[in-house]
Write a protein that binds this ligand. Structure first.
Ligand code: MG
Length: 422
């Protein structure tokens, strides 16, 4: 049995998922707090602002890519997208890709990935381009930084305007909470991400440890961590929410600090709740129990944090709503397509997040969301996925070929191949 089939939070009585619409105060503040994305994440009013920010990031990315002094990456220049002049762009369907275990594994591209992206950028028998986005639960650095990495790995320009990671939707929580504890990732990166999202006062575990070193008896800050961390007067600070942006690099220490905050009275570290139910809410960027790396066996992710379950990322429907808005904006900005796609093919390697989310979102979405499972990541051949995909393919190249063939040969449209001139 594969690991991903044997470990699941489903049915675990310690894990509850609540809707912020139906949850009572007792639900929210009684025991471990579990929130799904708030209703406003579904609203379209923020889309333009997000798109604008992403376009600015995209422009920044382009500037950096085109600069002869893009020094850290000068040895690996970003290649020009493969867009033959005669290519047409379909407005009928779109693609969405998970990254780890589908396109990248252990920091290296999966061999079929580069060909798959060439294929959907016009190098296919139909001469069409298919708009696409990336939806990963990974995170821990800015979207812009991750896109530069991806561009280099995949030999193709990837824009922040077509990219969602686990914590991307958390940017919409910045207006709601003033002082927040941000956990996970390397060094100061997640503080930088959170501040970039607009969070006004970001506390890290490093700040708490530097201020009071006996908080975590077995964790000592490195010199760099000590230098970057900030001594704070926590008697005057109220932590209003906890955000786990990326996998912790020190689970023991971070769990201790998260517990201290959750068991505090109103997020004040020097005041413990007598009933342990007065702490702030906690949001996770995803709840993947396992994920695919260069190791031959799947590695555990933050979903194995038994503390609670999560708020964002796949399979949460709010993330798919966010993806829908991003895809709409991306198609409009880059392909001048001002209508929603009829079908979105989602290619992923994890039944519990990619396939489950796609299938469940398909039930409520106007567009058809079609799940494709690939065998290059978490899913292991021979096992029966708990959440069955509509289609299983060996690799991402097989997946995109299947999707395009299905659209252009099996689903003829009145306009022929359903493609428009770009
Ligand atoms: Mg994956």
């Amino acid at each position: 049995m594969s690991l991903d089939n044997s470990i699941t939070t489903e049915g675990n009585p310690s894990c509850r998922r609540l809707s912020n619409v139906s949850a009572s105060r007792a639900d929210l503040f009684g025991g471990p707090n579990v929130l799904v994305p708030p209703k406003h994440l579904m609203a379209s009013s923020d889309a333009a602002e997000i798109a604008m920010e992403m376009e600015m990031a995209k422009q920044h990315l382009e500037d950096e890519s085109s600069s002869a002094e893009a020094s850290p990456r000068a040895g690996s220049p970003v290649t020009t997208p493969l867009i033959p002049a005669s290519t047409t762009t379909t407005d009928e369907f779109a693609l969405a890709f998970d990254i780890d275990g589908v396109l990248i594994r252990g920091g290296q591209p999966i061999p079929a990935a580069i060909d798959a992206l060439k294929y959907i950028n016009g190098a296919n028998p139909y001469g069409i381009k298919v708009p696409y986005i990336f939806v990963t639960n990974g995170g821990g650095k800015t979207e812009e930084e991750r896109c530069i990495d991806l561009s280099r790995q995949l030999e193709l320009e990837v824009s922040p305007g077509q990219f969602i990671c686990g914590h991307t939707p958390m940017r919409e929580m910045a207006a709601k909470y003033n002082t927040v504890l941000v956990v996970g990732g390397e060094g100061e990166k997640c503080r930088v991400v959170a501040e970039g999202y607009g969070f006004k006062d970001v506390v890290t575990p490093g700040d708490i440890i530097k201020t009071r070193h006996d908080t975590t008896p077995f964790r000592k800050l490195t010199e760099e961590e000590y230098r970057n961390s900030r001594v704070r007067d926590f008697s005057k600070i109220q932590i209003e929410a906890v955000f786990v942006f990326a996998d912790s690099r020190d689970w023991a220490g971070d769990q201790q600090i998260i517990l201290d905050v959750l068991m505090s009275k109103n997020g004040r570290l020097d005041e413990r709740s007598e009933t342990f139910d007065e702490g702030p809410p906690i949001f996770f960027s995803h709840n993947d129990v396992v994920w695919s790396t260069s190791h031959e066996h799947s590695r555990i992710g933050m979903g194995a944090f038994e503390l609670t379950t999560i708020a964002f990322g796949k399979p949460q429907l709010g993330t798919f709503e966010f993806a829908t808005r991003l895809l709409r904006q991306w198609r409009k900005d880059t392909h001048s397509i001002d209508k929603p796609p009829q079908t979105v093919y989602f290619v992923g390697d994890t039944p519990e997040s990619d396939i489950r989310g796609t299938n469940e979102f398909n039930e409520i979405s106007e567009a058809t969301w079609f799940s494709i499972l690939v065998k290059t990541g978490v899913y292991q051949e021979g096992t029966i996925p708990r959440y069955p995909p509509k289609k299983t393919c060996e690799t991402v190249l097989d997946a995109v070929k299947f999707a395009i063939d299905r659209e252009l040969t099996q689903k003829p449209t009145p306009s022929g191949n359903g493609a428009v001139r770009n």
